[in-house]
Ligand binder design. Structure first.
Ligand SMILES: Nc1ncnc2c1ncn2[C@@H]1O[C@H](COP(=O)(O)OP(=O)(O)OP(=O)(O)O)[C@@H](O)[C@H]1O
Ligand SMILES: [Mg+2]
Length: 443
C-alpha cells in the first residue's frame, strides 16, 4: 500500500497531513499525487468524499514549496477554480491548513461579498488563489490581477466548470494564463460528451479513474419512494421526525420552492435553514455554519449545495425533488457517506419525475431499490386520465385505481414509461438522458 511518506513529499507537508489526521492516502491521492508531483496534467475522477481536494492540493503546494519563489504584487502562482462560493471557501480552508507554518499565502476571491478588500489583498501577491469564475472575471476586468505568471490551474468539479454556465468565463480566464502551465481537473462525474472539452484544457494528460465516473460513494444506501407530489411533504416530515437528531440535507429544484419548504418545516417545529441563490451571502454562510455546528439539523438546499461541500456527519440526503441533470443526483447524495462513513440517500419520485429517475439510474448503471417501511398507497398510473386535486397527481387515497393490495408503493409499468422499480434491470431502458446543460434551472 502506498503511504504519504513514500511519495517524495516535502517534510512539511507530511507533518501537516499527520496533524490533519490524514494517515494513508486514499486511492485517488495515491494515484494522482505522483503524476501531479511530476508536473504532468491530470484528469482525476473518483467518487464523492474520497479526498480529491488533497489529491490536487498536496502536489500543488509541494511543487510550489519546491520552487520557493514569492509572488510579485497583483500576481498569483496557482489558481484553483470552483463553481460555488462555499466550495471555494472550503478549498481555501483546506489549502490554508496544508500550508500552515509556511510563508505561502492562500487567497479567496468569490462573489456576494465586497470586492475592494479582495483587490487590496491580491495586490500584495498570492501564492494560491481560490476563486469562483464570475468574481475572478470582475477582478481581471479591473486590471487588479495579472495571470501571466500563474503556473498551475486546477478546476475542481471540472465537468461543471466546463459546462454551459461557466464555459465562457473559463475560456476568457484560460486565455490569460500562460500556455506552459500544469492543469489538473477533478470531479466525481464526467459525462462522455465532456471529454473532448476537458482534454482541450489539458496537455498529454494522465487520466485517473479510480472508479467509473458517476459511481456513488461506497457506503451510501439508496432508496426511492414512489409517491404523489401531494404526499411528499407528509412523508418528509415523517422521515425527519424519525431521525430528529441526525444531520439531514433536503434537496429540491427551485430557490422559491426550497425557501417555502424550509418555512413549512420550521413551522412544523424542525430546526431548519435554507441555502440557495436567492439568499444573501451572509445568510448562506450562516445557514451552513449553523448546520455544521449542529444548531440546525435540517438544511434545505438547491443544487448550489450539491457539489463538493464536506460537511461532517450528514446522515441523510433527501431528494425531495429529483434533479433534471442526472449527475447532480450523484453529487447531491455525495454529501453523505464521506471519508469511509455511511449514510442514506432517499429519493422522492412523483409520477412526473419518472424520466428523471430513469436518466439517473442510467447514468449510475443501477436500479435504486424501492423504499419500504411505511404502508403507502400505490401510485396511480400517470398515463391514465387525471382526476382529483388540481396540480396533484392523485395518489391521495387508499384504494385508488392502480393501488396494489398490501400497500406496495410500486408504480405500475404503464405504456413503457418505466419498469417497476426494484426489478433486476441494471440499465433501465433507453431513457432520455438529457444533454449536459439542458433544461437547467436557476439555483
Ligand atoms: N487520506 C485521507 N484519509 C482520511 N480522510 C481523508 C483523506 N483525504 C481526505 N480525507 C477527508 O475526506 C473528506 C472528503 O474529502 P474531499 O472533500 O476532498 O472529497 P472529494 O473527493 O473532493 O468529494 P466531492 O466529490 O464531494 O467533492 C474530508 O473530510 C477530508 O478531510
Ligand atoms: Mg471535492
Amino acid at each position: 500500500m502506498t503511504e504519504f511518506s513514500s511519495m517524495g513529499l516535502p517534510k512539511h507537508i507530511l507533518t501537516r497531513l499527520a496533524n490533519m489526521g490524514l494517515k494513508d492516502p486514499t486511492p485517488i491521492q495515491a494515484r494522482a499525487i505522483p503524476h501531479a508531483l511530476n508536473g504532468e496534467d491530470v484528469l482525476g475522477l473518483a467518487q464523492t468524499g474520497t479526498g480529491k481536494t488533497a489529491a490536487f492540493g498536496v502536489p500543488l503546494i509541494s511543487r510550489m514549496l519546491d520552487y520557493g519563489r514569492k509572488p510579485a504584487g497583483k500576481t498569483v502562482r496557482g489558481l484553483v477554480l470552483a463553481p460555488t462560493r462555499e466550495l471555494a471557501n472550503q478549498i481555501a480552508e483546506t489549502l490554508k491548513a496544508l500550508t500552515e507554518g509556511t510563508p505561502m499565502k492562500v487567497g479567496l476571491v468569490v462573489g456576494g461579498v465586497s470586492i475592494n478588500p479582495q483587490i487590496s489583498r491580491i495586490a500584495r501577491g498570492t501564492d494560491i488563489l481560490v476563486a469562483t469564475p464570475g468574481r475572478l472575471l470582475d477582478i481581471l476586468d479591473r486590471d487588479a490581477l495579472d495571470l501571466g505568471s500563474c503556473d498551475f490551474l486546477v478546476l475542481d468539479e471540472a465537468d461543471q466548470m466546463l459546462d454551459l454556465g461557466f464555459i465562457h468565463a473559463l475560456r476568457k480566464i484560460s486565455a490569460l494564463l500562460p500556455e506552459e502551465r500544469q492543469t489538473m481537473l477533478f470531479s466525481a462525474t464526467m459525462p462522455k460528451q465532456m471529454n473532448e472539452i476537458a482534454n482541450s484544457y489539458l496537455k498529454r494528460p494522465v487520466r485517473i479513474e479510480v472508479t467509473p465516473p458517476g459511481k456513488p460513494a461506497a457506503k451510501v444506501t439508496q432508496s426511492v419512494h414512489f409517491i404523489a407530489k401531494a404526499e411528499k411533504l407528509s412523508l418528509l416530515k415523517e422521515l425527519l421526525a424519525n431521525h430528529k437528531d441526525e444531520r439531514t440535507l433536503v434537496f429540491g429544484r427551485t430557490k422559491y420552492g426550497m425557501e417555502k419548504l424550509m418555512r413549512v418545516l420550521e413551522k412544523a417545529g424542525f430546526a431548519a435553514a435554507a441555502i440557495h441563490g436567492n439568499k444573501s451571502q451572509g445568510q448562506r454562510e450562516r445557514a451552513l455554519a449553523a448546520f455544521k455546528s449542529g444548531e440546525i439539523k435540517v438544511l434545505v438546499a438547491t443544487d448550489v449545495a450539491a457539489r463538493g461541500l464536506d460537511i461532517p456527519d450528514v446522515k441523510f440526503v433527501y431528494n425531495y425533488e429529483l434533479p433534471n441533470v442526472p449527475d447532480a443526483y450523484v453529487h447531491r447524495i455525495g454529501r453523505t457517506a464521506r471519508a469511509g462513513k455511511d449514510g442514506e440517500a432517499v429519493a422522492f419520485c412523483a409520477p412526473d419525475e419518472m424520466e428523471e429517475l430513469k436518466a439517473i439510474q442510467k447514468v449510475m448503471k443501477i436500479t435504486i431499490p424501492t423504499a419500504s417501511g411505511r404502508p403507502w398507497e400505490a401510485m396511480p398510473d400517470p398515463a391514465a386520465p387525471r382526476g382529483g386535486r388540481p396540480g396533484g397527481h392523485g395518489g391521495n387515497g387508499a384504494g385508488k385505481p392502480g393501488g396494489k393490495p398490501g400497500g406496495q408503493r410500486r408504480r405500475r409499468g404503464g405504456k413503457g414509461r418505466g419498469k417497476p422499480q426494484g426489478a433486476a434491470t441494471p440499465n433501465p431502458g433507453r431513457s432520455s438522458s438529457k444533454p449536459a446543460g439542458a433544461k437547467r434551472q436557476a439555483r
